[in-house]
Design a protein around this ligand. Sequence first.
Ligand SMILES: Nc1ncnc2c1ncn2[C@@H]1O[C@H](COP(=O)(O)OP(=O)(O)OP(=O)(O)O)[C@@H](O)[C@H]1O
Length: 279
Amino acid sequence: MATDVHGAVTDTLREEAPRAASPGATAVQVAGLVRAFGGRAVVDDLQLIVQPGEFVALLGRSGCGKSTLLRVLAGLDREIEGEVRVPRRKAVAFQAPRLMPWKRVWPNVLLGLPGRPDRAAAERALAEVGLGHRAEAWPKTLSGGEAQRASLARALVREPDLLLLDEPFGALDALTRIKAQRLVAELWRERGCAVLLVTHDVEEALLLADRALVMEGGRIAYETTVDLPRPREISDPRFGALRARLLDRLGVEGGTGTHAAGGADHAEVTGDGSAAAAA
Ligand SMILES: Nc1ncnc2c1ncn2[C@@H]1O[C@H](COP(=O)(O)OP(=O)(O)OP(=O)(O)O)[C@@H](O)[C@H]1O
């Protein structure tokens, strides 16, 4: 059952500034979230906690509801049941950069921001993503990687406490993708904001995230802590072991073949959101 946007949802979608919140406050707190389309619950009693400054990757089969969850967290979809607490300052970048072709790059970065256009802020954000020299350019003259970085600058200019990334590197070629991943890792380190990254790419999740979640049946069904030093190396045997475990959990060939390969750093997640360590 969908909640009226103008009614109960104002009670359920509370936006808080973590800087002002009490110590130990979370960046994202979701409890009993349900999002249904035509009577079918795509997100079904989902629990999720993300700590301030934590980098979390969200994996899951196509159509399992990852983008739906991200849109709810971004405040773009409020037809929900359950409780969602997110910081007031949040920003989202999608797979498609969504730049307005009739605006130059710098006003695109400021798109949707209230108040007088702050060109200097746009240029600072563009410089952060290595696009300081393209502020005056038209979007159609940007490469795919540049356009994606401009989209990232648009997120950064909002100085988010929570950065939501929906497959932002999905359309990039392999080399540009690696560069973009490194850039996000660097920005995350410098900014210290929480990041929730939706990705199909297990390696990307393991290169970037503190924690990788697998969504299944409308919930977070599995999670693993990525307790590897940064920068991470794909050649690290521990990386390989985590990759195999996640691929296995996703039902992709190349996994370990057992869902519950040992270690307390990964867990099947039970209905109430608590993690039961796999034996
Ligand atoms: N506005 C909508 N109206 C009806 N159904 C929708 C709507 N948005 C999403 N859905 C359905 O909800 C399900 C989950 O979609 P969602 O885009 O969240 O999946 P996803 O896990 O992000 O998939 P992918 O990995 O392929 O991007 C799909 O079956 C989709 O068709």
